[in-house]
Design a protein around this ligand. Structure first.
Ligand code: CA
Length: 225
C-alpha cells in the first residue's frame, strides 16, 4: 500500500473517477464531499497529498489551503479548479497550494502531477545546509535565512531554491527547471516559473537585500551575486 491521499471534491462523478484511479494505482484513498470534515481529518491524520476542489459547498479550497498553511501543516495540495482563469490559479498558488489542474483533466496527466508532488515531498537524506552569499538553505528544516532573518518557504518554493543552490552561477533554462521541479512537461505557455520566481524574490528580498536570482532573458535564471 502506498501513501494516503485525501480527495476533497463535491462532484460525485469526479470524486469517483479520482478515487478509482488512485486506488487502482495502489494509494489509500479517502474522499470528502465537504471542506470542513476534510480539514478536521487532515489535521488529525495528515495524508501524503490532498487533491482539493476549489469550489465546495461549505468552505472553498482556497480557505482550506490557507488554514493548513496557517497551522503549519505541510501537506502538499493539488488544487482542482473548473475555472480556467489565470487569476484564480495564481490565487491558489499564492495561498500555498503546490500545484493546480483545471477541469476537465486527463487522469493520466493528473497521475503524473500526483507522482511528481509525492516525489518532491519525500523525506530527504540528511545533508548540510546550502550556502550562497548571505543566503542559507537548510534541507532538514526546509527553511531559508538571510543574515538573522528566517524565511518560510512552501514546498515548491523550497524545491526551486534548492535547485538553484545546487547549481550556483549556472544558468538554468526554463526546460531544466520544469523537468526538475514539476517533473513533466507543463506546456510552453505556462507562466508558473515566472510566478514562483516572483514569490521567491519577494521572500528573499523582503528586507531590501540584494537580488540573487537573476533573469537571463530568453533563456532562464541564474543564482549569482
Ligand atoms: Ca466543486
Amino acid at each position: 500500500m502506498l501513501e494516503k491521499i485525501i480527495i476533497v471534491e463535491d462532484e460525485a462523478d469526479i470524486a469517483r473517477i479520482l478515487e478509482r484511479r488512485l486506488a487502482y494505482e495502489g494509494y489509500h484513498v479517502e474522499v470528502f464531499y465537504e471542506g470542513e470534515p476534510a480539514l478536521e481529518r487532515i489535521y488529525d491524520d495528515p495524508p501524503a497529498l490532498v487533491l482539493l476542489d476549489l469550489t465546495l459547498p461549505d468552505i472553498d479550497g482556497l480557505i482550506i489551503t490557507k488554514e493548513l498553511r496557517a497551522a503549519d501543516v505541510q501537506v502538499p495540495t493539488l488544487m482542482l479548479t473548473a475555472r480556467d482563469a489565470i487569476p484564480d490559479r495564481i490565487t491558489g498558488l499564492d495561498v500555498g497550494a503546490d500545484d493546480y489542474m483545471t477541469k476537465p483533466f486527463n487522469t493520466d496527466e493528473l497521475m503524473a502531477h500526483v507522482r511528481a508532488l509525492l516525489r518532491r515531498s519525500a523525506p530527504e537524506e540528511s545533508q548540510d545546509a546550502y550556502k550562497f552569499a548571505d543566503l542559507i538553505l537548510n534541507p532538514a528544516s526546509r527553511l531559508a535565512s538571510r543574515g538573522e532573518r528566517v524565511i518560510n518557504l512552501t514546498a515548491k518554493e523550497y524545491d526551486l531554491l534548492e535547485f538553484f543552490m545546487r547549481h550556483p552561477n549556472q544558468v538554468l533554462t526554463r526546460d531544466q527547471i520544469f523537468d526538475q521541479i514539476w517533473g513533466y512537461d507543463f506546456g510552453g505557455e505556462s507562466n508558473i516559473i515566472e510566478v514562483y520566481i516572483r514569490y521567491l524574490r519577494s521572500k528573499l528580498e523582503a528586507d531590501g537585500e540584494a537580488r540573487l536570482i537573476d533573469t537571463v532573458r530568453g533563456v532562464g535564471y541564474v543564482l549569482r551575486q
